[in-house]
Design a protein around this ligand. Structure first.
Ligand SMILES: Cc1cc2nc3c(=O)[nH]c(=O)nc-3n(C[C@H](O)[C@H](O)[C@H](O)COP(=O)(O)OP(=O)(O)OC[C@H]3O[C@@H](n4cnc5c(N)ncnc54)[C@H](O)[C@@H]3O)c2cc1C
Length: 261
C-alpha cells in the first residue's frame, strides 16, 4: 500500500494503454481534489524499499476531465520509469497534491500565434491545451482573448511513438485554430509512413514560413528532448525570436539524474 502524506495523494491507475514497448499512457484517479491549468506538470512517485522516488510528468488531460492522464516513456535504466512501467490498472502510486505552474499558454503578451514544438512525450502539455480549448470552443465560448491560433510540430523516430497523432489530426481537421504536423526522423525503420520526415529542429524554418509565423506575433513553446529544445530555440532566435517569447520544458539533462521538482 502506498501511504498518503500531507503532500501526496495515493493515486489509483484506472486505465493503461500501451502504444509501443516503451511508451504508454495511464489515466489516474488522483485520490483527492486536484486543480491544475493546461500545461502544468505533477510529481509522481513510488516507495521502493526505504527510498521514495519521484519525478515530474506533464499532464495530458484537460482540467475538464475527471482523471489525470500521463504519457510516459520507459527509460530502461532510470530510477522511476521502470517502476511506473510495472504498474497496471488498479495499482497505486504517489501523486503530489499541488501541480507546478509552468508552461501554460501565453495569453498576456498580446502574441496571438502559438508555435508548439514537441518530441514524443513532450506533446503532453500541448494535448492538454488543445483538449481544453476544444471543449471551450464546442461550448460556444473561448477562454482566450482575441483570435489565438496554435501550430504544432511533433517529432519522433518512428510513427508509433506519437501516441496522440490521430486525436490531434481530428482536432486539426475540425477546428480553424489548430494545425498539426507529425514528423519522423528514421523513415527507413518505418516504411509505411507517408508523412513528413526529418527532426523537429530541421523543420522549424520550413513550417514557420509555411504557416506565416512572425516573431512579433508568435510565442514559441519547446517541450521534451533537450537537444530539440536547445536547437529549436537557436533556430527561432536566428529567425528573430527574442528570449522572452520562447518557453521550454526540458524533460531531462543528458547524463544527469533528472530532478523531481
Ligand atoms: C517538467 C517535466 C515534465 C516531464 N514530463 C514527462 C512526461 O510527460 N513523460 C515522460 O515520460 N517524462 C517526463 N519527464 C521526464 C521524467 O520526469 C523523468 O525524468 C523520466 O521519466 C526518467 O526518470 P527516471 O527516474 O526513470 O530516470 P533517471 O534515473 O532520472 O535518469 C536516468 C538517466 O536517463 C536520462 N534520461 C531521463 N529521461 C530520459 C529520456 N526520456 N530519454 C533518454 N534519457 C533519459 C537521465 O538524464 C539520466 O542520465 C518530465 C520531466 C520534467 C522536468
Amino acid at each position: 500500500m502506498v501511504p498518503a502524506t500531507d503532500k501526496h495523494y495515493t493515486a489509483a491507475i484506472i486505465e493503461r494503454r500501451d502504444f509501443s514497448e516503451d511508451l504508454w499512457l495511464i489515466r489516474v484517479d488522483p485520490g483527492g481534489p486536484f486543480q491544475f491549468k493546461p500545461g502544468q506538470y505533477v510529481t509522481l512517485g513510488v516507495d521502493h524499499g526505504d527510498q521514495r522516488i519521484e519525478r515530474a510528468y506533464s499532464i495530458v488531460s484537460s482540467p475538464y476531465e475527471e482523471a489525470l492522464e500521463f504519457f510516459i516513456e520507459l527509460v530502461p535504466k532510470g530510477a522511476l520509469a521502470p517502476h511506473l512501467y510495472k504498474l497496471q490498472k488498479g495499482d497505486m502510486m504517489l501523486c503530489r497534491k499541488i501541480p507546478k505552474d509552468r508552461f501554460t499558454l501565453d495569453l498576456k503578451s498580446g502574441r496571438t500565434h502559438h508555435l508548439l514544438l514537441a518530441t514524443v512525450t513532450g506533446i503532453a502539455p500541448f494535448v492538454s491545451y488543445v483538449r481544453t480549448l476544444y471543449q471551450d470552443w464546442k461550448n460556444g465560448g473561448s477562454p482566450m482573448p482575441g483570435n489565438h491560433k496554435l501550430y504544432c510540430l511533433q517529432g519522433g523516430s518512428r510513427s508509433w511513438e506519437f501516441g496522440y497523432r490521430e486525436e490531434l489530426e481530428r482536432f486539426a481537421a475540425e477546428v480553424p485554430w489548430f494545425k498539426y504536423v507529425a514528423t519522423i526522423s528514421r523513415p527507413w525503420e518505418d516504411a509505411a509512413w507517408k508523412g513528413e520526415t526529418g527532426r523537429v529542429d530541421d523543420l522549424v524554418r520550413k513550417y514557420t514560413e509555411q504557416w506565416g509565423l512572425r516573431p512579433e506575433t508568435t510565442t514559441g513553446y519547446l517541450c521534451g528532448h533537450p537537444s530539440m529544445c536547445e536547437n529549436g530555440q537557436g533556430i527561432l532566435q536566428r529567425a528573430g525570436w527574442q528570449k522572452g517569447s520562447m518557453f521550454e520544458e526540458v524533460y531531462f539533462i543528458p547524463g544527469k539524474e533528472a530532478a523531481a521538482e
